[in-house]
Design a binder for this molecule. Structure first.
Ligand code: NAD
Ligand code: TYD
Length: 352
């Protein structure tokens, strides 16, 4: 195991789950680089934030000098790059930040990592890893059948997925051209505690608790493949520590669900835990579809399973129940997260 990890985006949803795990369950030191955008929340770090092994650096990954200073000062043995603009609807309304962080930020980090790696002593140089955390959305949209594999051609449809695809290509090129020991993972939709309420699952919980209409895009028949965030964290650590340089690993939960099924499942858990007058499902409202809405995502995770022995521990039913209960018990966190987003519809600016 490495002793010092540099994690970018560690105040976000997946990054904070990774940092909490690294601090609670290992003895590594975590250098957490985060710009603290609207999507970040330092309270998501919980007790891990106060650990002596957690070093927080408020910085933009696109700031080359700051990244150089951070690498020079803390001497990481591995980088887990999660920092990104992550919400498709926001990328439709304003792609600029997605270009700046996801593409230029990744480029900057690659360059700084390369410069640093070239000067490492032989042993650390050989062990160093740059793990780029990406999404299955780079592959585009599936029809009724089939799965994304590591060799599926890229076909991104949203500004978000196009910016992540661009960053994946940069990472690949830095491996092929400069030999930087990179690994890439492409994961399906995550859910779990501390996810920003702009995303489907926490937004539905919020709408139910407020008694407001639940916005379901189009007919609600788009399919996503859901993975509990802690299962993703386990996969990330296996890939960062045991993945082969130059390889790509797809990560997914084999939990394909239509959006409407997910929304109904949340309503039924809340009918039980927070009963109202009728069923909360009465709040479901079909609204104008997302422009360029990808129809179906589904991951073939057989490579990571066969090569690294990864298997998700959580079923969708158990993970969703845990998630809903967590949001009910953590309304203070939600109120902080919602200071800069009040549940309004995003992503319609492209519509004619
Ligand atoms: P998130 O939006 O919750 O968090 C992103 C974090 O990155 C925030 O803390 C933010 O402040 C930080 N950040 C943004 N721009 C930055 C910059 N320029 N410099 C430094 N920090 C910056 O995102 P998430 O859902 O935790 O996703 C993390 C990563 O995983 C992303 O790269 C995303 O593309 C990828 N991913 C997410 C999912 C998912 O379902 N959420 C699925 C697959 C892959
Ligand atoms: P989202 O959580 O934004 O993730 P992604 O777009 O990266 O898959 O959305 C998940 C699915 O839910 C997607 O098909 C869009 C849909 N959706 C709604 O129907 N209503 C909503 O209010 C939101 C935010 C998403």
């Amino acid at each position: 195991m490495f002793k010092v990890f540099l994690v970018t985006g560690g105040a976000g949803f997946i990054g904070s789950a990774l940092v909490r795990h690294l601090i609670a369950d290992t003895d590594v030191t975590v250098v957490n680089v985060d710009k603290l955008t609207y999507a970040a929340n330092l309270t998501s770090l919980a007790d891990a934030g106060d650990s002596e092994r957690h070093i927080f650096c408020h910085a933009d990954v696109a700031d080359r000098q700051k990244m150089r200073d951070i690498f020079a000062q803390y001497r990481p043995e591995a980088v887990l790059h999660l920092a990104a603009e992550s919400h498709v609807d926001r990328s439709i309304d304003g792609p600029r930040d997605f270009i700046d962080t996801n593409i230029v930020g990744t480029y900057t980090l690659l360059e700084v990592a390369r410069e640093y790696w070239n000067r490492l002593d032989a042993e650390t140089h050989n062990r160093f890893r740059f793990h780029h955390v990406s999404t299955d959305e780079v592959y585009g949209s599936l029809g009724q059948t089939g799965f994304f594999t590591e060799t599926t051609p890229y076909s991104p449809n949203s500004p978000y997925s196009a910016s992540k695809a661009a960053s994946d290509h940069l990472v690949r090129a830095w491996r092929e051209t400069y030999g930087l020991p990179t690994v890439i993972s492409n994961c399906s939709n995550n859910y779990g505690p501390y996810q920003h309420p702009e995303k489907l699952i926490p937004l539905v919980i919020h709408k139910v608790l407020e008694g407001e209409p639940i916005p379901v895009y189009g007919k609600g028949d788009n399919v996503r493949d859901w993975l509990y965030v802690e299962d993703h964290v386990q996969a990330l650590l296996m890939i960062a520590t045991r993945g082969k340089p130059g390889e790509v690993y797809n990560v997914g939960g084999e939990n394909e669900k239509q959006n409407i099924e997910v929304v109904r499942a949340i309503c039924s858990i809340l009918d039980e835990l927070k009963p109202g007058k009728g069923s909360h499902a009465d709040l479901i409202t079909f609204v104008e579809d997302r422009p360029g809405h990808d129809r179906r995502y589904a991951i073939d995770a057989s490579k990571i399973s066969a090569e690294l022995g990864w298997q998700p521990a959580e079923s969708f039913a158990s993970g969703l129940r845990k998630t809903v209960s967590w949001y009910l018990d953590n309304q203070d966190w939600c109120r902080t997260a919602m200071k800069n987003y009040q549940g309004q519809r995003l992503g319609l600016k492209a519509a004619p």
